[in-house]
Write a protein that binds this ligand. Structure first.
Ligand code: HEM
Length: 205
């Protein structure tokens, strides 16, 4: 199988998880307890050896093939969507390695429940939030940016009178708006969430 095909299939696998994962974070608008309850429900699906192994293998395939495709395409990328594709892809590769490294260190080295408080600790502690706000925001925007590029290359038909190119910009704009709403929820309306002491150590990445 070529790197491009593998990247496509592992991308679909990861996307299924990310859609539910971001829905979980959107649910944070209802407060930490609601977020934790939703995560517990979702964990019944992905927190088991089979689902997590598939997800981690898909992430490994996505990152390695993604870096390979970045190197191949770096020089020939021209135009907005080509450039968006390689740079959002590179950021997602960096983010996925860091984020999973943090989640698994929190779980197995620090023995923490990697729940809402683990995820949002860095977003709510100054000056760490100066790093974590752009770090998480760029991840969500890059995810939608990467999807918008796929759409721009595959879509052929107008939708609601919009040409495929406009639809693709729409996906990117939805991603930016969703990022703002998710961060609003995870920071208690930008007022700050009080982080339990044990999570001040194990700041999520
Ligand atoms: C606001 C942004 C985000 C926060 C606060 C966050 C937080 C978390 C937390 C707390 C976990 C652990 C889940 C658990 O223990 O059940 C987790 C897992 C994970 N996150 Fe995120 N995340 C964010 C965005 C993202 C994005 C944008 C991606 C992908 C591009 C992503 C990919 C993953 C993956 C693959 C896992 C591992 C799931 C597993 O195998 O247990 N996250 N995240």
């Amino acid at each position: 199988m070529t790197a491009k095909k593998l990247h496509y299939f592992s991308g679909i696998t990861i996307t299924v998880f990310i859609v539910f994962h971001l829905f979980n974070h959107l649910y944070g608008l209802l407060g930490p307890t609601a977020h934790i309850e939703m995560m517990q429900n979702l964990r019944t699906v992905y927190r088991n050896v089979i689902a997590e192994s598939i997800l981690l293998l898909a992430v490994a395939a996505q990152v390695t093939t993604g870096i390979k495709l970045f190197i191949i395409k770096r020089k020939s990328a021209t135009g907005f969507f080509d450039k968006l594709q390689i740079w959002t892809g590179l950021y997602l590769a960096f983010f996925l390695v860091m984020h999973l490294g943090a989640v698994f260190s929190g779980r197995f080295l620090l023995n923490l429940d990697t729940n809402f408080y683990f995820g949002v600790a860095g977003l709510n502690i100054f000056p760490l939030n100066l790093f974590f706000i752009p770090y998480y925001s760029l991840a969500i925007i890059s995810f939608f940016g990467h999807l918008s590029v796929v759409h721009s290359k595959k879509a052929k038909n107008d939708l609601f009178g919009l040409k495929p190119e406009k639809q693709s910009y729409g996906i990117l704009i939805i991603g930016i708006l969703l990022t703002l709403v998710i961060l609003y929820g995870l920071t208690n309306g930008f007022m700050g969430v009080e982080i339990p002491n044990e999570y001040n150590l194990g700041v999520g990445l």
